[in-house]
Design a protein around this ligand. Structure first.
Ligand SMILES: O=C(O)c1ccc[n+]([C@@H]2O[C@H](COP(=O)([O-])O)[C@@H](O)[C@H]2O)c1
Ligand SMILES: Cc1cc2nc[nH]c2cc1C
Length: 342
């Protein structure tokens, strides 16, 4: 997959302008890095305003929530219920997106429910109902990871064609922190005990169950984890594959992407193995409380913009980093020059 290179000369020009602004050298810290990054992405100094920000929440269920005492603090029925909440504009990400004028779209990739009465447009990209329980079986049938990846790419294309100048991947899926942990452990060769966190708020016994599910899944998948689509098939889910496709297509179209929490971080790690240069188009919106997100971002070389102790998912953390990105653009666009002042 061809990924364009960000514009090095715009990056250099941005650095020069930032150094000349009416402030001590480097005094705007990370805002300066973001301004230069955005200039390179847009190929111009100053970069264009980020007026059209779009969050896509990929919704789906995960087989690991099925059997016995849970790996989540909440039942899988919440996933389908939340699709209706997103459509009603009442979720956390809906509220936070409104603060920055971002749109929120929900896409049913693998919700374990027919979602009767929900608009057909939401269900148009559905791959299957739920995914397999990765400790005992593959998450996906042969070919489904590729189809879900293409669905994610198609959704990114739809949003970009409609005018998106910044994409945010959101996620909704009870049990998906177990999937994220499995993908990160497999990609980075880490033991389950190091990457598994408490997700929606499981207790120590719940976390121990997650560790044994991830350990069993890693042992079952064996060497298939070295190829990204085989990894998504064995240990991922339709939502993980769709999110990976969304991230890669943003990069392929030269549109910046703000990663959100643990699920998009894990999907990004797998997506990088599909399209290594795509990472250059991604920023990390915020630091999740989940350890696997920490490992994923470190491996990707991404430093989260915000750290608010969030563990909601949905795109809720990344959407708040939009304010910081816009601030970075305003600085390089509107500040005066030191040479004009003294
Ligand atoms: O992204 C995060 O930081 C995050 C951390 C914990 C939970 N979540 C959300 O909670 C759900 C997964 O949690 P769990 O405990 O069911 O695996 C899923 O809908 C995620 O969007 C998200
Ligand atoms: C209510 C609820 C909302 C969520 N949003 C993302 N994950 C979630 C999990 C629960 C339980």
């Amino acid at each position: 997959m061809a990924i364009p290179a960000p514009d090095e000369s715009a990056f250099t020009a941005a650095r020069g302008r930032l150094d000349a602004l009416v402030k001590p050298l480097g005094a705007l810290g990370r805002l300066e890095d973001l301004a230069a990054w955005l200039s390179a992405a847009h190929g111009e100094v100053p970069p264009r305003p980020l007026d059209d920000v779009r969050v896509v929440v990929f919704a789906g269920d995960h087989g690991v929530t099925g059997a016995g005492p849970g790996v989540s603090a909440y039942p899988r029925e919440v996933t389908a219920a939340m699709v209706r909440v997103f459509l009603a504009g009442k979720s956390g990400v809906n509220v936070l997106a409104r603060q920055v004028g971002a749109r929120v779209r929900v896409v049913d990739i693998a919700v374990d429910d027919d979602l009767d009465g929900v608009p057909e447009q939401v269900r148009a990209h559905k791959i299957r109902r739920g995914s397999g329980a990765i400790d005992v079986t593959d998450a996906l049938e042969p070919g489904e990871a590729e189809r879900a990846f293409e669905a994610g790419r198609a959704v990114a294309d739809e949003e970009i064609d409609a005018g998106a100048d910044l994409l945010i991947p959101g996620d909704m899926g009870i049990g998906n922190t177990t999937i994220a942990a499995a993908l990160v452990a497999a990609s980075l060769g880490l033991p389950a005990g190091e990457v598994v966190g408490t997700g929606t708020g499981v207790d120590e016994a719940g976390r121990a169950r997650k560790v044994s599910v991830v350990s069993a899944a890693l042992a079952r998948a064996g060497s298939r984890t070295s190829q990204p689509f085989a990894l998504l098939t064995a240990l991922g889910s339709a939502c993980a594959a769709a999110t990976a496709g969304f991230l890669v297509q943003g990069a392929a179209r030269g549109v910046p992407v703000l990663l959100d929490g643990v699920f998009s971080g894990a999907a990004a790690l797998v997506a990088r193995d599909i399209a290594p240069d795509a990472v250059r188009w991604w920023l990390a919106g915020h630091r999740s409380t989940e350890p696997s997100q920490h490992f994923a971002l470190k491996a990707l070389g991404l430093d989260p913009i915000l750290d608010l102790g969030l563990r909601l998912g949905e795109g809720s953390g990344a959407v708040q980093a939009v304010t910081t990105l816009r601030a970075a653009r305003a600085v390089i666009a509107d500040m005066g020059l030191l040479a004009d002042a003294v």
